[in-house]
Design a protein around this ligand. Structure first.
Ligand code: PMV
Length: 348
């Protein structure tokens, strides 16, 4: 199937239910807000690189207070898509990625229209928080609404996944599981508990605001070259089930061990890939070791790291003020952002 602009598009999405919101639409514009998410059990590697069908299921929490706000306006007078990120015209690579994502939506709606996209993050630029998850979740929701599609949460999660795998976990709210599925149709994320289920803090500890040299999409394409991948995949089903159980039972002790084990296992795969990927800094390792030792002293905290040097310190309310003070006291820590479980992506 090709869409009306002639792109080889979204045969993968044609099974989605299309409902035109308002056939008289003349104001084809919508704004959506989505939160980034932090994974407790990580996504690192695909069975299908293009569709982002993951090797394993993952678990995450949406981050309250941190947002991507995206406005999409389809306009018959435009000759190409336009993109502004954080108030500046985007580079060509970002524009091409967004444009190819929009092709899915144009194909679904059967509309030959280009769009103006404006996306703003409220978290510090380059703070090392994955803005692609919140960005593509907000874009999926805003663009589909702007063009007149009304998609279910499941359909939106599948759609966001095509932009960036972890973006599917920023569509539902609270604590979220990505069901890996085996095709485009059954690979999406669902909420397993609302934000108020557990008062867990994420103290996002920023050590470096620079952009990583290898993005997560190209980094995880190397996962298959790692001799540690087999072991990780063999361990994952039990770890995922145990982590979900600990989360649902609010059992911090069990949760903490599983979250740290999963982060270490993902970084072991990264570091043994060819070429090897080292996202952490010596200061990252120091903070990870410190958090583990503070937990041994009785503070309810654990740490996890994504594809970058910054550390997400997860803790319970009673440990928060000690952890904040201890983290700020470490030379080299630039900033600590405080977040809690957040809600789903939504239209504004
Ligand atoms: O969705 P991506 O391509 O940004 O990959 C996310 C990868 C990690 O952040 C390292 C892990 C995860 O599950 O979020």
């Amino acid at each position: 199937m090709t869409d009306v602009i002639g792109y080889p598009c979204c045969s993968i999405l044609i099974s989605m239910t299309e409902k035109i919101l308002n056939p008289e639409l003349n104001q084809m514009s919508a704004t959506a807000i989505a939160h980034p998410n932090i994974a407790f059990i990580k996504y690192w590697g695909n069975r299908d690189e293009m569709l982002h069908l993951p090797l394993n299921g993952s678990l995450s929490m949406c981050l309250y207070g941190l947002t991507s706000t995206t406005t999409v306006r389809f306009d018959p007078s435009l000759k190409a898509d336009e993109l502004r990120l954080d108030s500046l015209p985007a580079d060509e690579i970002s524009l091409a990625r967004v444009s190819s994502f929009l092709n899915n939506i144009r194909g679904l709606a059967g509309k030959n229209l280009y769009a103006q996209v404006e996306s703003v993050n409220n978290f510090p630029a380059g703070a090392g928080i994955a803005s692609s998850a919140s960005g593509f979740a907000a874009l999926a929701l805003a663009a589909s609404a702007a063009i007149g599609l009304s998609l279910s949460e499941q359909e939106l999660s599948r759609l966001a996944r095509l932009g960036s795998g972890s973006a599917c976990r920023s569509i539902p709210g609270g604590f979220v599981a990505w069901l890996p599925g085996s095709t485009d149709l059954d690979s999406y994320a669902v909420s397993i508990a609302p934000p108020e289920h557990w008062q867990l803090f994420d103290l996002v500890t920023i050590l470096d605001r620079g952009h990583k040299s290898t993005g997560s999409a190209s980094g995880m394409a190397l996962a298959h070259t790692s001799p540690r991948l087999g072991q990780r995949l063999a361990e994952l089903p039990a770890r995922l089930a145990a982590c979900k159980q600990a989360l649902l039972a609010c059992d911090f002790e069990a949760f903490a061990e599983l979250v740290e084990a999963d982060s270490q296992s993902m970084h072991a795969v990264m570091q043994t890939s060819t070429p090897a990927l080292k996202y952490t800094l010596p200061l990252t390792e120091l903070i990870l070791a410190s958090v583990t030792s503070w937990r041994k002293q009785g503070y309810a905290a654990c740490a996890t790291v994504d594809a970058g040097p910054n550390v997400h310190v997860l803790c319970l309310p009673e440990a928060k003020s000690f952890m904040l003070q201890a983290l700020h006291a470490i030379p080299g820590v630039l900033e600590v952002l405080v977040s809690q479980p957040g809600g789903p992506a939504r239209l504004v």
